[in-house]
Design a protein around this ligand. Sequence first.
Ligand SMILES: Cc1cc2nc3c(=O)[nH]c(=O)nc-3n(C[C@H](O)[C@H](O)[C@H](O)COP(=O)(O)OP(=O)(O)OC[C@H]3O[C@@H](n4cnc5c(N)ncnc54)[C@H](O)[C@@H]3O)c2cc1C
Length: 568
Amino acid sequence: MLIDAETLENGKVIEADVAIVGAGPAGIVLALELAKAGHAIALLESGRLGFTEANQQLGDAHRFDPSFHAPMGECTRRQLGGTSTIWGGRCVPYDPVDFDQRAHIAHADWPVTYDELSPYFQRACDYFFCGDAKFNLHDIADITQKSIVPELPDEEVLTSTLERWSLPTNFGKEYFTALKRSSKIHLFYGLTCTEIETAADRNQVCSLQAKTLSQKALKIKARKYVLAGGALNTTRLLMVSDRQRPGGLGNHSGLLGRFYMGHLSGDIAAIHFTTPPDKTIFGFDRDASNIYLRRRFSFTREFQHQKGLTNVVAWLGTPPFGDPSHGSGIFSLAYLALNSPFGKYLAAKAIRDTAIGKNQKDFYWSHVRNVIGDLGKTLAFAPSFGYRRYLAKRKVPALFVHSASNTYPLHYHAEQVPNFDSRVSLADETDALGMRRLNIDLRYLDQDIDSVVRAHQYWDEYLQRHRCGYLEYFGADPAASIWEQAGDGFHQNGTTRMSKKMDEGVVDINCNIHGFDDLFVASSSVFVTSGQANSTFMIVVFALRMANFLNKQLQQSHPPTLSTAVIS
Ligand SMILES: Cc1cc2nc3c(=O)[nH]c(=O)nc-3n(C[C@H](O)[C@H](O)[C@H](O)COP(=O)(O)OP(=O)(O)OC[C@H]3O[C@@H](n4cnc5c(N)ncnc54)[C@H](O)[C@@H]3O)c2cc1C
């Protein structure tokens, strides 16, 4: 059932078995799973059913360094479905190496194992509509060429590892009907949780305080409370709930807000293959269910340990569309479309900026010349791509064009190591509901950069050893170029890290705030390391695991489950 919180009277109290704050992928999956098990859910969403600027601004940060972090208005969304309303849809699980004790990476001890999480991968894939939980070509019989180019065997470098792509699934849209029809879920939209009230004398939540934009105040009481507001806004909510506990709820170790991590991504080199150009798998594969897959260069677990590498992967990219020297009418047409007033309807700003490339906005006539010079090919390509990209239910994730010279930019995506000094904290400035905003200080280390530099050296050695190609660097100083491209905000990991011991983290192995048994976090904020994987697949894996855990707890405890949430 969907309820516009503005239609409720001021002072109302909502009671449920479980209160979930935030209706993005994490909150929606958790709500649907717990409702299936018969529990009454109050799901609070700060945004409305569609985008509104006023709701969005509630999540803005006070201070951040734009050279390292995107504005919150570009990297998060406040509306039903959360940031999945604008995401790309790439689905990648963490690797076993991410959960290893790695002597070369400090503060990287996960208290859970890969084997505890992998049983949830298939159900996560089902939620994303991204097919079978197979992330290696050797597990997919109907795709015969297992490497990116022929004669390139899997050794210390693998080219058979895969990312899978979802529709991209907008969780607000795909699960709208299920949320609306569920008698067990009350979804209150336009309702922002502004504080968690706790007992003065014990670790127990008394209620959630929530407000609408017109300043109506409501209370929510439940047996279990789950924060699923996205990583930084979840951490912010814990921080502002500091009446009883200085520094906020969960700050017993002084680590709340610490170890903020994203990824490093960019291009510092092109890969020149010396193999037959028509045998290069340059874009997407499709499996038997027509799911888009992409191959990547990665390293084995053993090699990462041996060389002291962080987890770094790379895939074949496209030149920045904005640079007309690519000479391609297709890329130039893509540039003209993305850079036009309609561009904002074609892709999220971040995705457009990445595709166009930096400082590439002033070559209009050169692009027009490219299109005219390449008119036949461009006109033949554009309608079919336009259909596959914008009209088909399962959308082609990106634009790729075969390179006749067998040369492709190599796009890296790398782990950022946990860094105590990389953090968020509260500013004095407040939003329209009186909640203090965040200061964001995302900081990279030389170790992050060095690992990406060395990864490229190992890829180059491997290509040359097999006489399949080589890398050509774009500039003389790859490290400087990686520093220049470092920055994130789109993948928000850490700030409520998970730990076995109370003094080493914010949540325990069940994502329960240490010391509490009724306050949980469903978010990538609990991640101990960032891995090479984009965050959302594992966010859903953890949400499924949490649903399992909460269901068992609720079934064992009294009073029995409510038949539905109550508003009084
Ligand atoms: C342009 C872009 C591309 C991306 N591409 C990818 C990709 O390809 N692959 C990938 O894995 N990830 C990608 N991501 C990241 C992905 O979108 C997020 O990891 C994912 O949406 C996080 O899910 P979540 O449920 O934790 O949080 P969110 O999706 O952010 O949802 C949180 C919800 O909580 C609500 N909320 C927040 N605070 C409160 C409060 N106090 N009270 C009530 N409600 C609240 C918000 O309004 C929001 O609806 C991308 C992100 C962007 C911006």
